[in-house]
Write a protein that binds this ligand. Structure first.
Ligand code: AGP
Length: 392
């Protein structure tokens, strides 16, 4: 994804390039003559002006969670500052979409065939009579219905995903939206040079950090006898100690909130382990879920120090400890604050606040996979699920 969409001249400066979004729209389209990138950039309100246009991003399941990360990224004041609304495609298709000329609809779908997403796209086409609303598909399958029926599409380039549960496509979709946000930041001129350089550096560091996490945490899959010494792989220790758990809560704030939803998804129905799990924004805990916490509740908290609200999430951990919850925290290597508060701490390489979801999610995917293995499940083929949901 990086090599394709991030032009990186030797100076190391780099800018995000999306050729398919830089071709003028054809005659007959209500926005003919303008490029998708220009239409998108125009959704950035003029200084002091009102919010005339917006992005609507729709998707189901894991694609919806990736869309939520995109919402945080694209709305950022120091990147593109474009208003974004995220909807479940499965709800959107039954509503009367409120889109205006100049709005942009993103349809996110790994398969490009999920019927809720396809029908939402067609509904918007019908309501707007094909005019003046730009529809962009974000897909992994470039030959799919959504790619064909959109005005332009972006391929997330994850390669074929064989398992039913979406994993690497989630990461590639987020990375694609990160690069798109960078491209939009350049068009809307909201970026400061320092901010752009920091974000590009963070993006370029990702492949190395992801590899580091995978090398460290996949030892069990390479171990001949499926056996490791205690402490050799923290994730495996956690999976073994929680294999009989019946409930999990996943908590995260900001960019890591959608990752909490995705972690819970992986643990439950698509989640390889068939354990009940819910994801919440950590600050919502006090509005209800806190009542569920006792010594039988496993609580996974994504608590990276790069998050400006770290101290607040640490206090969520303290509240959980006060109720005897079994706490599993995810934070960076250099943070030693959490060992005394949590039963387990999973450490990641350092990352930027905006790229941390891409590291944290791998820990959750692998944890779900290990729990599923320990429970004797078919982790690549969860019961009752298909790769592409084309039914009602
Ligand atoms: C995720 O693990 C599931 N396979 C499911 O939620 C999936 O993300 C959803 O059905 C959407 O599929 P799509 O991205 O192909 O449209």
């Amino acid at each position: 994804v990086l090599a394709t969409y991030l032009k990186a001249p030797p100076s190391g400066e780099g800018s995000a390039d999306f050729p398919s979004l830089r071709q003028p729209l054809p005659e007959g389209h209500g926005l003919a003559g303008r490029t998708p990138m220009e239409v998108m950039a125009a959704c950035n309100p003029p200084e002091g002006g009102s919010f005339n246009n917006k992005f609507v991003i729709i998707g189901c399941g894991t694609s919806n969670h990736a869309a939520l990360v995109a919402e945080y990224l694209i709305e950022l004041v120091n990147i593109a500052r474009i208003p974004v609304e995220v909807q479940y495609a499965s709800e959107y298709r039954y509503r009367k979409p409120l889109v205006r000329p100049g709005d942009v609809l993103f349809v996110v779908s790994n398969s490009g065939e999920t019927s809720d997403a396809v029908e939402s796209l067609r509904l918007v086409r019908k309501c707007t009579n094909g005019q003046k609303v730009l529809i962009i598909g974000v897909v992994n399958e470039a030959d799919s219905t959504i790619a064909k029926e959109s005005d332009a599409f972006i391929s997330v380039l994850a390669g074929k995903e064989m398992g039913v549960a979406s994993t690497k496509v989630f990461s590639s979709t987020i990375l694609t939206f990160t690069l798109l946000a960078i491209a939009l930041g350049e068009c809307t001129k909201n970026f400061t040079e320092a901010h752009k350089t920091a974000l590009l550096e963070a993006v370029r560091a990702l492949p190395g950090s992801v590899q580091e996490v995978l090398d460290r945490d996949t030892k069990i899959f390479k171990s001949h006898e499926s056996r490791l010494e205690i402490g050799e792989c923290v994730l495996w220790d956690i999976a073994c100690q929680n294999v009989l758990a019946n409930n999990f809560i996943f908590l995260g704030r900001g960019f890591c909130f959608p990752v909490a939803l995705e972690g819970a998804m992986k643990i439950k129905e698509t989640g390889l382990a068939y354990i009940h799990a819910e994801g919440y924004p950590a600050a919502e805990m006090k509005h209800g879920p806190i009542a569920l916490i006792d010594q039988f509740m496993s609580v996974v908290v994504i608590a990276p120090k790069c998050d400006p609200s770290y101290e607040k999430i640490k206090s969520n951990i303290e509240e959980t400890k006060a109720r005897s919850g079994n706490i599993i925290a995810i934070t960076e290597y250099q943070n030693d604050d959490l060992e005394t508060l949590c039963q387990h701490v999973i450490k990641t390489p350092p990352a930027h606040e905006y790229t941390m979801p891409l590291l944290a999610v791998i820990e959750m995917q692998l944890l779900a996979c290990m729990m599923g293995m320990l429970r004797g499940n078919e982790v690549d083929q969860p019961r009752g699920l298909q790769k592409t949901i084309t039914g009602q």
